[in-house]
Design a protein around this ligand. Structure first.
Ligand SMILES: [Cu+2]
Length: 138
């Protein structure tokens, strides 16, 4: 399986390099990431939306003036990717401790290093809100 998204984005690559834990833990985490990716791809295929480059971990899609899903749960030190897919409409992702550029395409990756609930918003569209729940890793 090719991982073009991981090769193209620095934060992903750096994060992958940082995961040099005992093999048992890494295997469990890798399986979890694969599971999330599978579910994401399945959901997208069902919706009939055009596909952009799929991230390798948990992802939130920025399209139709909403974040999909609006609420997502990740683990501490797990990278979350936002994927812009809204036909050129400009959006950003602004939360406490993380902020993307205003952009119309591409991705934004953030790795949460502390458990908690992180609400965020689009600075252009106040009705665009989302929440990232970060849980301690297993
Ligand atoms: Cu917006």
């Amino acid at each position: 399986m090719r991982t073009t998204a991981a090769e193209a984005t620095g934060p992903h690559f750096a994060n992958r390099g940082a995961i040099k834990l005992p093999s048992g833990h890494m295997t469990k985490r890798s399986l979890t990431l694969l599971g999330v990716l599978f579910l994401t791809l399945t959901a997208c295929a069902g919706s009939g939306e055009s596909e952009t480059t799929a991230p390798t971990g948990p992802a939130v899609y920025v399209r139709n003036l909403v974040y999909e899903p609006a609420d997502i749960t990740v683990e501490v030190d797990q990278s979350l990717t936002w994927v812009w897919d809204d036909d050129g409409t400009v959006h950003d992702v602004v939360g406490d401790g993380f902020r993307s550029e205003l952009q119309t395409t591409g991705t934004f990756v953030h790795t949460f290093d502390a458990a908690g609930v992180y609400p965020y918003v689009c600075s252009i569209h106040p009705t665009m809100v989302g929440t990232v729940t970060v849980e301690a890793g297993g």
